[in-house]
Design a protein around this ligand. Structure first.
Ligand code: BG6
Length: 486
């Protein structure tokens, strides 16, 4: 098989190229997993020589790559495949030049690493220039999130793309799916016999999915003003995590079987009615506060943010998957910026025993909890009750813990490494399919609509460095449950 490929990056001067794409490609190259020969054509508007671009990328790799640049000679070989092409992605003439440049390159992977408003333009220009077709090899395109900003715009973008590309050429990236621990959810569920019998409404009381960040919006205020936590994190990463936990076993671990099963979860989501949004969703925005002992500004003081902004930096949802496996089991999702720490985890809380024989145990027993830790400190733990040594019968929770780092040594590869490699190999299993993206927007549509009426938001309602607004605690406590404090 002809393994050579050419990656064409639109948005070469952007953060994504510098922080993620080139460092990931470099690490793959170093690990000898990148098919060779390859070429990388980086496109941006600025005037820059290829030499100057290579120098910039060398610095980027030094700052951001998992695998540090070693001997100069190895970098030189990698850099020889990098070239810079100055051009405006809106200008049809760029695509004519590109067509000529690519003549001897049959296998082409386009990457839209530009601001989202440019993706439709790039797709159209590629299509009009005949570059979406195959040219003796394969042609694929990777589109970054956010994929649209609501159901209507996502449908329009899907329709536009399908006018030029077939679905199997399109790779909608969600970097959470490339994380080792996220991939492991399916291995854990479907390569072990002991969990599956428990994985249902008979045994599971509820599920909590937390993606907490201690950082604020930093320099991304302008983008975040238009996005908010629901669009930025829930519509993509968190609903993907929910699907991996809730889905039925796919027939095989291949793109369509896996993505078909995820779609079934999305179709089973209980719709949130417009007039009951407050029962199922809570939002928040951080004010000033302290994170790890350091004083930090409130969201409204961040650069690019309106002083009366109503963008949510925290969102919590309660969702139900209405099928035989999960009927009546709540899935609580929460995400926020400026929480006390960076922590992503999925906690499966099991039902209590049907009858407690240890009557003298004053505090009762705590439920068993299985926690899949996505990051940091990747791993998993199972909490069970045990007898505290001593003459009395005292129960205490103990935890069985597995740490990736301790077992496998070195840190896991970056999500972008796996995802880029998959796109080069033509495997879309870890990418979002067009119909899934639309289901995800449709599920959130009532909440987005209710929250677009900013006048009702009483912001800020949580201090930076806290676990979110008091309303979020009340929200879960109404159901007789509590948020975990990871
Ligand atoms: C991105 C969001 O998709 O994910 C960011 O746009 C967020 O706002 C980031 O910070 C979190 O990713 P990770 O890999 O650091 O958990």
């Amino acid at each position: 098989m002809d393994e050579r490929f050419t990656l064409i990056i639109f948005g070469a001067s952007g953060d994504l190229t510098k922080r993620k794409l080139i460092p990931a490609l470099w690490s793959l190259y170093q690990g000898r997993t990148l098919p060779e020969p390859f070429s990388i054509i980086a496109i941006a508007r600025g005037d820059l020589s290829t030499d100057a671009f290579r120098t910039k990328m060398r610095a980027a790799v030094t700052d951001f790559a998992r695998v540090q640049p070693p001997a100069e000679s190895v970098w030189e070989r990698f850099a020889a495949s990098l070239s810079y092409c100055s051009g405006d992605p809106k200008d049809p003439a760029l695509y004519v030049r590109l067509g000529r440049l690519l003549e001897a390159h049959p296998n082409r992977l386009f990457y839209c690493a530009t601001p989202p408003s440019l993706s439709p333009e790039i797709v159209t220009r590629l299509g009009e220039a005949g570059l979406a077709r195959s040219h003796g090899g394969w042609t694929r395109i990777i589109i970054e999130k956010p994929f649209g900003r609501d159901l209507e715009s996502a449908q329009a973008l899907n329709a536009l793309i399908s006018g030029f590309f077939r679905e199997r050429q399109v790779y909608r990236i969600d970097h959470y799916l490339g994380k080792e621990t996220v991939q492991n959810i399916l291995v854990f569920r479907f390569a072990n016999g002991i969990f599956e019998p428990l994985w249902n409404r008979q045994h599971v009381d509820h599920v909590q999915i937390t993606v907490g960040e201690s950082i604020g919006v930093g320099s991304r205020g302008v983008y975040y003003e238009e996005a908010g936590a629901l669009r930025d994190m829930v519509q993509n990463h968190m609903l993907q995590l929910l699907c991996l936990i809730a889905m039925e076993p796919p027939v095989t671990f291949d793109a369509d079987p896996v993505r078909d099963e995820k779609n079934k979860v999305m179709r089973a989501l209980k719709p949130i009615e417009g007039d009951s949004v407050d029962e199922f969703a809570v939002r928040g925005q951080y004010g000033p506060g302290f994170v790890t002992g350091e004083r930090v500004p409130g969201y409204r003081e961040e650069p690019g943010v309106r002083p009366d902004s109503t963008a949510e930096t925290y969102a919590a949802l309660k969702l139900f998957v209405q099928n035989w496996r999960w009927a009546g089991v709540p899935f609580y999702l929460r995400t926020g910026k400026r929480l006390p720490k960076r922590v992503s985890e999925i906690a499966i809380e099991f039902k209590p025993t049907p009858h407690l024989i240890f009557r003298r145990e004053p505090s009762g027993v705590r439920p068993n909890v299985l926690v899949l830790r996505i990051q940091p400190d990747e791993g998993m733990s199972l909490t069970v009750e045990a007898k505290t040594p001593g003459p009395d019968l005292q129960l205490n929770p103990v935890t069985m813990d597995f740490h990736y780092g301790a077992v496998f040594g070195s840190g896991p590869p970056e999500a972008y490494e796996r995802l880029l490699l998959d796109a080069i190999h033509g495997d879309a299993t870890l990418y979002a399919r067009g119909d899934w993206v639309e289901y995800a927007w449709a599920a959130l549509e009532p909440v987005l609509r209710a929250w677009s009426d900013g006048s009702t938001a009483k912001f800020p309602n949580y201090a930076a460095g806290s676990w979110g607004p008091a309303e979020a605690d009340a929200f879960i406590e109404r159901d007789g449950r509590k948020w975990r404090r990871p």
